[in-house]
Design a protein around this ligand. Sequence first.
Ligand SMILES: [Zn+2]
Ligand SMILES: [Zn+2]
Length: 576
Amino acid sequence: MASKDSEKLEIMRHSAAHVMAEAVLSIFPEAKFGIGPAIENGFYYDFDLPRSLTVDDLPLIESKMREIIAANVPFTREEVTKKKAKALFADQPYKLELIDEIPDAKVSLYQEGKFLDLCRGPHIGSTGEIGAFKLLSIAGAYWRGDEKRPMLQRVYGVAFDTEEALAEHLNKLDEAAKRDHRKLGKELDLFSLHEEAGPGLVHWHPKGAVIRRIIEDFWKDEHIKRGYDIVYTPHIAKLNLWKTSGHWEFYRDYLYSPMEVEGQEYIIKPMNCLGHILIYKTSHHSYRELPLRYAELGTVYRYERSGVLHGLSRVRGFTQDDAHIFCRFDQLEDEVAGVLDLAMFMVDTFGFSDYQIFLSTRPEKYAGDTKVWEEATDTLSRALTRQGLEYSVDPGEGVFYGPKIDIKFEGWQGPTIQVDFNLPSRFDVSYTGEDGQEHLVAMVHRTVLGSMERFLASLIEHYAGAFPVWLAPVQAMVIPIADRHLDYARKLEAELKNDGVRAEADARSETVNLKIRRAQLNKIPYMLVVGDKEVQASTVSVRLRSGEKIDSQPFASFKKSIKAAIASRSAGLQLD
Ligand SMILES: [Zn+2]
Ligand SMILES: [Zn+2]
């Protein structure tokens, strides 16, 4: 039933795209048309127009669409020969190109009002069946996604059965826009990207850098506790190394061009794996020394087309929270279970829930032995079951070099764990077994946060910028009521700082309300308002960023409480 409804909705959305095209045609008779499919929640159409559209054009197009819908004109279908179709679309170069590519002798056309389109259909009976819709935005889109072809103007709209469903969706979009990490990143002064430096290259501002440092410190401590060794590896390496690994062959599109140093070619690293392998191989390892777990917050660079770059979540340079585990095959289950435990502990600490776990199995093209693949896939599934984690199997979605586990969250890619049968054999990464023979190691690549950049993007959106106190760039703002209370405010600031609390005193000569408002906009968890009464009694009046006021309390007890809240990494702001 649900799938039938969604099919109906899709047909309605696609029909709305035709109606939008008709509306555009009535405004721009010389318009050339690309394609206009239904998409999730709505539709778009690509136009080649004599001038650029702006959002101010959307209401006019919408009102023309409403006229067409009110007129309730029928959609009629006709099959014609390709020759006839080409005559009908003689002045529509994009349609002509599409007609040429259709293998059948005949093509189907749909007409509604004055608009004729090349289309397979199906469509609704008449325009009056279109429900509630709204046009949202305009974007540039290359014809057929090809940067060498003309750039068309894509107009996006959403459409639903009812006004209520549309309103609910628009409300959701509003909420998402408020949480957009690009907007909050600017407002909270966390990071920036610069055209002068190049797209997709992130500059972390002091406040963003505080969050990153706290995450990195937590990450390192937790890894060391769990038996990882922290390593550092260089940012460039000889091209030959990447030829041996197969990266040059398989991932060339993502690699930056080589640079020459003393007659040797080098590339900037797209991954940290090879450095860790070189460290492993500096000595012989016996079965007793395994597992070895090398962890690195490793900065890598990969080429992404400028068109797909997006804030912090799609960038060209990023720092992975990477680690590689070298172990025996009989240790693989324990190791994977250990990674899962660490991953779940970390995501839980950062306040993420509602995840889905996928186990991806052998794809059509793969490296290594089928039997080894099956054993490793079974091992991953046993480790998941052992950790009490439910998962679904994604058949054939493994990487060519081994099966993997992905833990996915809404809006965040989450941790991944990959077994690799390729690199150990390419680099002969081995250990001496109990039998005195050399054996290839089982190698595991894993990240928990993915990259610092992408993780900060998810964190900002998850908390809408109101970070838990342990992550907040400024944890407490001391607000003196009048200038005569500034000395006391400064004293509290110094005492808090001395105890490792990120505190500031707002020394500006402004009203208290303005200072409170600013601290709230900056989403600072605690505001300590101090006046005559507080100076006299060595107390503070605490306000939360939510606006809630807490009774005046001795400064010493506030200091103790906030330190406890930070140490416990709690999500709430209530003080004990
Ligand atoms: Zn159509
Ligand atoms: Zn790796």
